[in-house]
Ligand binder design. Structure first.
Ligand code: BES
Ligand code: MN
Ligand code: ZN
Length: 487
């Protein structure tokens, strides 16, 4: 979906006009028929409400949609504006209309808010329909253009950054939505290379042999049951001060998680195509940062493997040696994400000495039991980093809730044969997973682990998505970079 800015004189071709309306403040300049129609339909401008009517303007009949944004002084103002922008896009996405004119005249909103409405509209307008060969014409996406008029002067500038962010979110959703026969480690990399071409990101990969050379026995152990070759994808964006240590984002990219020999139950196993949601969020974030030319040094690393059962798969009880030199007894081959992440974390620390390191992973079902689909879990060895990420979460809408860590949890990982086991006891599974990762943090690098298992995929439509991939993490990390590195 494309967004364009029009001056008032060039809007006459638009046959669908959307306006944001504050609660109990139907605009005075509205045609009486529309104003009366809205009132009679009990449209009051509450968040999410839409009233649609028709009006005659310049000798043409135009469709007018009023979208409620709630009270002007609401503290969730920006989220409310997003909801309204998304609701409009959602309503007309497959309506036959090809263009919506967002007319912000008299709405009193700021440039940032206008950009937020457009961002939300673009996010809500994304869908992957390419596998639907029998979609009837009246169900196809028709909406292609969002035109904007009457917005505050700086809206175009604000939109440039928001548009980069939208592209990042869309790319993450695409990676997450694609099935595992399409997106596997090599094709994940290929898709990134293709999409990131010309963005200024520098991209590198490690293949299986190179990882063997480096001693990444933990990651390779997960991969060894699959015919798909593993990859480590490294994306570099050095838009900040020269010589300044970068921030590192590390993503779990299990392109399909069967559980391995500790095989998962069949019911719902198809969901495990999105077990690369952490890697997807890292890739989408890097794309967004590059497209908006972020003034920050950021490294994105994705550990990409497929976890399959096979004659060559690793067995429960196998002991693997990680790149850090620490040995791991693999009790459960389904606790594979931490095995992938630990080697990726070691690699990025040894190669970049990051100032801060944040990993994102669909790591445990236990985090969904704890937080459902409202917050991702955050675990950290550093209060300032945890606070920065939590604040970015609140500001962006990709929310985080902090969990405790400590030696009592760590103790659960003791192994009779190796330096550690890869699972703890039955309880506190998200925390023991984080304790496992913490053992791979070097030199007290400020580190945070985000368990995003409950956030990557939605079984119900949300404000800015239909069902399916949410793109969680991209807005969070973009905001984190903006607020901690660029201001
Ligand atoms: N990818 C799963 C976690 C997951 C489960 C994500 C459900 C999204 C929805 C992860 O690899 C896994 O299997 N974790 C196990 C860990 C256990 C074996 C200690 C889990 O959560 O059951
Ligand atoms: Mn698993
Ligand atoms: Zn997994």
């Amino acid at each position: 979906m494309q967004v364009q800015f029009l001056d008032a004189a060039s809007t006459s071709g638009c046959s669908l006009v959307a306006r944001l309306v504050n609660q109990d403040a139907i605009p005075a300049d509205l045609e009486p028929l529309l104003a009366e129609g809205a009132k009679r339909s009990r449209f009051s401008g509450k968040v999410g409400q839409i009233y649609e009517g028709f009006a005659e303007r310049g000798g043409k009949v135009v469709r007018v949609a009023l979208a409620g944004v709630g009270k002007a002084e609401a503290k969730e103002r920006s989220a409310n504006i997003e909801k309204a922008g998304a609701a409009i896009a959602g309503k007309y996405l497959r309506s036959g209309e090809t263009e919506i004119l967002f007319d912000f005249t008299g709405s009193g909103i700021s440039a940032e808010e206008a950009a937020a409405a457009l961002l939300a509209a673009r996010m809500r307008g994304w869908a992957l329909d390419s596998y639907k060969t029998k979609l009837s014409d009246d169900k196809k996406i028709s909406l292609a253009t969002i035109s904007v008029t009457g917005a505050p002067e700086d809206t175009e500038t604000a939109w440039q950054a928001a548009s980069a962010l939208a592209t990042g979110v869309e790319f993450t959703r695409e990676l997450v939505t694609e099935p595992a026969n399409t997106i596997y480690p090599e094709s994940f990399v290929a898709r990134c290379r293709e999409r990131m071409e010309g963005s200024g990101l520098s991209i590198r990969t490690l293949d299986g042999d190179e990882m063997r050379e480096l001693g990444m026995g933990a990651l390779l152990g997960v991969s060894q049951g699959s015919v798909r070759e593993p990859r480590m994808l490294i994306m570099e964006w050095m838009g900040g001060a020269e010589g300044e240590a970068p921030v590192a984002f590390v993503g779990k990219g299990v392109t399909f998680d069967t559980g391995g020999i500790s095989l998962k139950q069949p019911g719902g196993m198809e969901d495990m195509k999105w077990d690369m949601g952490g890697a997807g969020a890292v890739a989408g974030t890097m794309l967004a940062l590059a497209l908006r030319k972020a003034k920050a040094n950021v490294i994105g690393v994705c550990g990409l493997v497929e976890n399959m059962p096979d004659g060559n798969a690793q067995r429960p009880g196998d002991v693997v040696t990680s790149m850090s030199g620490q040995t791991i007894e693999v009790i459960n081959t389904d606790a594979e994400g931490r095995l992938v992440l630990c080697d990726a974390m070691t690699w990025v620390q040894r190669n970049y000495k990051p100032a801060r390191m944040v990993d994102l992973a669909t790591l445990t079902g236990a985090i969904i039991a704890a937080l459902a689909h409202e917050y991702a879990g955050i675990f950290s060895n550093n209060d300032a980093l945890a606070a920065d990420l939590t604040a970015a979460g609140e500001a962006s809408g990709d929310r985080l809730w902090r969990f405790p860590m400590g030696p009592a949890y760590d103790k659960q990982l003791e192994s009779p044969i190796a330096d550690m086991k890869n699972v703890g006891s039955r309880y506190g599974g998200s925390i023991t997973a984080a304790q496992f990762l913490k053992r791979f943090v070097e030199n007290d690098t400020p580190w945070a682990h985000l368990d995003i298992a409950g956030m990557v995929w939605a079984d119900k439509p949300g404000a800015t998505w239909a069902k399916g991939a949410t793109g969680y993490g991209v807005r969070l990390l973009d905001r984190f970079v903006r607020d901690t590195l660029e201001s």
